[in-house]
Structures are given as structure tokens and as C-alpha cells.
Write a protein that binds this ligand. Sequence first.
Ligand code: COA
Ligand code: AMP
Length: 632
Amino acid sequence: MTGSIQKTGYDEAYAAWRADPFGWWAERARALAWDRPPRTVFDPSLGPYGRWFPDGMLNTCHNALDRHVEAGRGGQAALIWDSPMTGRKQTLTYAELTGRVARVAGVLAALGVRRGDRVIIYMPMVPEAVIAMLACARLGAIHSVVFGGFAAAELAARIADAAPKAILSASCGLEPGRTVAYKPLLDAAIALSPHKPEACLILQRADLEAPMTPGRDHDWADAEANASPHACVPVAATDPLYILYTSGTTGRPKGIVRDTGGHAVALLNSMSMLYGVGAGDVFWAASDVGWVVGHSYIVYGPLLAGCTTIVYEGKPVGTPDAGAFWRVCDEHRVKALFTAPTALRAIKREDPDGALMRRYDLSRLEALFLAGERCDPDTILWASRLLGRPVIDHWWQTETGWAITGNFRGLGLFPVKPGSGGKPSPGFEVAVLDEASRPLPPGTIGDLALKLPLPPSCLPTLWNNDTGFREAYLDRHLGWYTTADAGMIDEEGYVSVMSRTDDIINVAGHRLSTGAMEEVLAAHPDVAECAVVGVHDALKGQVPLGLVVVKAGVAKDEATLERELVAMVRDRIGPVASFKSARIVPRLPKTRSGKVLQATIRKIADGQPYAVPPTIDDPASLEEISALIAPR
Ligand code: COA
Ligand code: AMP
């Protein structure tokens, strides 16, 4: 790896990237094993804004597994599964993980999966989820992982859009206090989707055996035991490695495409430049493989860098207590931990003085990284004080796949400013723009935008939807990618991300569309009109609140209607939406053109001061709603 270029300091590294962006990335690309090294670093004529390494060929699974075995690291732990939910732990070396992935790739190939075919993965946090992803990558098949907390209808929407040849799933997931039967959800989703997969590979877990559909479903353990290992299939750097659906501004999820070459280059670089880890180090991203953090930093980043990664099936609290994260760090010698601020807030609530933390030896833990939502300065300061280590907030999105801003252990840290996500990663030019796309002065809030071309790993487009990609991200500010985050940059170049500019809310680090929830509420026969806003929550950052206007003549009491609406959102979107409250209101405050005043409603619900918008249709509607939803 390129130790010398990592040690030059942040300002120098950023300047070096700016001076020669393509040369800078070409140098990083050399750290990978290519079947055909790229001669062209970037071609601006391809795709909506250009493509990275268009003539290169490689295989991500080879780079994440076989390459390390060939280099003599086969005996090193690649993956540690730690499951307080089952009381089990398991370590797979690089050689063992490579063997299992090669056999599961053999199973998929025997089921007819080829390069470019899509495969949906709907699994809990077990080693097989990672094996499934890498097996797809080995074949050049495109995986699309769906988070287990989504309901059948959301899974069906993804099956319909991705049109997978096969689906890999498990009999169940385990949540504290309940077993989530995945198979009935999967069967319901397949029934709902117009597209049907040819085959399903089902991991039967001891906790719950799932009934199989003859002819379609195959038992994972049997199939893997009887399969022949499959070699890595070289693919174009521009071939999609995966599609990850994320909430957009409508109820329809957006298929974020990740290409193969740019992704591997950027992720491998980020492991040393940002997180300060390399081969042999233990890196733990306490997330779920269903989210981008799981894709990038449970699976691909650590394995590309030859680290040991941890797959944790548990929670920050309650499995069994708020010392769980520190127990894992101690037991598995974690060097860098990455989690969501919500998880830290949950730990802080139960162990404010760090009594549980002090039970463990954290001497090997060098830094804590936070992302996924805005982190309140209190939580950062609390963690830094108790841990005595750098606590680093960094800002990114499913779309980028790695950090837009951060603080860079491999370049020498600059001082942390709590409340800021750090400074731009080399590769990203970040600006704050006004409505006319003019850069705003330091300290002024506006649209956070990224100069095109986006660096490697960022989405080249949306799945089967170049037009939707341009409309969602490129049309608002010409020459820039719109992040849909609002924020500011201070005099010293620190970026602070304050809020979204669209209808997305961030619940416990999970990105959810209020528009999608509104679609569900609107389908209730008693509801005439509705709005969903994200209101402040001390633990989860935000939680959704539904406001409904009922149809004339409906006499149902609020508690009954709320129960029905909560059940509908849980059934259509999933428990992850954390939709628990709905209120009946006489009308929704709107502008004269009929737009619901979401931002003002949110301020009222949070008990913040608000100005009566000049465009309001009837100011009395705000007073009415305030009397109903403002905190007392
Ligand atoms: N499969 C099925 N259901 C799931 C699920 C999964 N993989 N993950 C979550 N759920 C369910 C939960 O069981 C819960 O259901 P409930 O309403 O019946 O209780 C619901 O979805 C909401 O889950 P969650 O947001 O996790 O809230 P919680 O109250 O159960 O736990 C925390 C609170 C703080 C412990 C939890 O939110 C947490 O660990 N947050 C960190 C989030 C994180 O790491 N995000 C990573 C993004 S980078
Ligand atoms: P996701 O695509 O699920 O990773 O969510 C991305 C969104 O989460 C961003 O657009 C931000 O709104 C928010 N986000 C992620 N990281 C941060 C951070 N460090 N600070 C503030 N907001 C963040």
C-alpha cells in the first residue's frame, strides 16, 4: 500500500488531489489487482457525467479475498461473527471465507446466475449474508441487499425493479424479544411482485425452520455442501457491483448503482486515509449489511484492505447491556469502531458515567467514527471524554458509498469541531450554493453540492433510470451534484450538515421517506388528507409523526385510528419506520398554492419558534394545529 502518500498531511493531500485529480486516483488504483489495468482513468463522455476506469477489468471478490490468500494471509481472521442474539461466535479465516464464497458462487452458477444478473439478498446479520454478497461479486452478478426491517411490500418493490434471477434469504432474523420470520415475508413479496425469481436459496436457522416451496426453494447448507467452487469472473470496472435501494422523495425507492472499479479503488483508499487501518487490523462497523455502511465498511472496505471485519448480531443496549459494544471491542481487539450517533445516545442514556465501559480493556481502540445522521455535540463530547480517543463525525450518503467529509487518521488528524462533519475528503469539492447556484459565503446555510465529476465509488446513475438520476441530482445546480442536504462551511473549511432539503427523515440513522409514509396513510379509507413530518427525538434523532384530516362523517376515535395507521405503516413499510404516532387535525396548514407547510409543522411539533410564512393560505390553521401538537 501507498504509505508515503498517506502521510503528507490533509492540506497537502487535498492540494495534491486538486492539482491532478486523475493522476491522484490513477495512483490509488494501482493498489488493486486488475485483470486488465485501466489505461483511461476517467471518460467524461460516458454516462450522465462520466465513468471511472472505463477500460479496466477486475473482480472485487478476488481483491477482497483470493488476493490476500495468495499473499500468504489465508490463516488470518477475515470475519468474526459475534451474535449475542444466539449466544454464538464464529471466526472465518481468509482461506475459509474464500472457500465458502467460492462454493456459494458455485451454487448460484448452478442455479443459472451469470455476470450481470441481479440477485436479491434479504438476510439477518449472519456470516452467510456477507458470503452471499461476495459470491455474487465473484460471478459478476449484481447483488441488491434489502434490510430485514422492511416489510413485504417494500421487498416486493425492489424485486419488481431489480428483476432478480435468484433471491438469497434466511428462515428468520432475531430481534430482542421476537423472532422475525423472514420466509413468510419473502413469499408474500414474491407473490406481490410482477417479477418472479427462478430460485431462492434459504438458510435454515436453528431458531425457526421455514417451510420450503418445492421446485423454487433450495436449502442453503445442502446446496453449499454439494457445490463445486467457482472461480472469480473478471468484469469491466464499469459493471455494477451492486444496487442498493434507498428512500427517495417519492414512495418509490431509488436504485443506487455502485460500479466495480471506482468503488474498490475509493474504498481501499479510505481504509488507510480516513480510518487509519490496514492489513491485519480489526475494523468494526456496527451497522447492518442492509445499509450502505454495512456494504462499504462491514464487507468491502475492510476485506479489500485485508482487515478482520466483525459481523455483530445484536444491539448497542439490551444484548445484554450498554457495555456490549465495549465488550466486542475488547474481546476482538478492535482498532477502529464505526457506529451511528443513535447507538451512542442509547449507550449514553444507560451508562452515562461509563461504568460498564470501564469493565473492558479498550487499549487497542484508537478511534470512534460516527455517521448516518447529524451528531449532537453533547454526544461527541461525552464519548471523547470517556474514551479519551478521537471521536470523528463524517458525512456521507448511500449515493457516495464513502465519506464526503471527515477527519483523516492516515493524513494526520486536524482538530475536531463537534457539530461539524469535518473537511472534504480528497476527491470531493464541496460548496454551499444559493437558489441561483452561486456559492455562499462561509457560515451561511444553503444547498450542499458536490462539484462534478463525482469521485470513484459515487453512483454513476440510478438503476435503469438515467433521466431520474439527472432530475434528482444534476438538474438543480448545473455542473454540481445536489446532495439534498443543507448546511454550511466555516472560514476554516469545516462542513456542518444541518438538515435535508427534501422529504427524507433520519430515524435512528435509517433514511426514510415521509412521502412514502403519507402514501400509506392516504390509503386508509377514513383519511381525506395527511402529512408526515419528522419530529425531534432524544434517542433516534427524528421520529415520524402523522397528521390526518378525516373524511366528513367519520366518527372514529383518535386512538383507534392511530392504531390502524400504525399497523398499516408497519405492514407496508416495516417496523424500521418507527411510525408510532398519528393525530387527527381539522385541516393541514397550506400555502395559497396548496403545498402543506411541512417545515413549519415540524417546528411547531418540536416546540421551536416559527414565523408565519407569507405564502400561507390561512394563518388560523397554524394556531389550530399548534394547540394540538405543540409540546406542553
Ligand atoms: N429485522 C426486523 N426488524 C428490525 C430489524 C431487522 N433487521 N432492525 C430493526 N427492526 C425493528 C425493531 O425490532 C423495532 O421493532 P419494534 O417497533 O417492534 O420494536 C423497529 O424495527 C425499530 O427498530 P430500531 O430503530 O432499531 O429501534 P429500537 O427501538 O428497536 O432500538 C436502538 C433502538 C438505538 C438500539 C437502535 O435504533 C439502534 O441500534 N440504532 C443504531 C442504528 C444503526 O446502527 N444504524 C446504522 C445506520 S449506519
Ligand atoms: P444514508 O443514505 O442512509 O446513508 O443517509 C444519508 C443522509 O444521512 C445524508 O444525506 C444526511 O442527511 C445524513 N447524514 C449522514 N451522515 C451524516 C453526518 N455525519 N452528519 C449529518 N448528517 C448525516
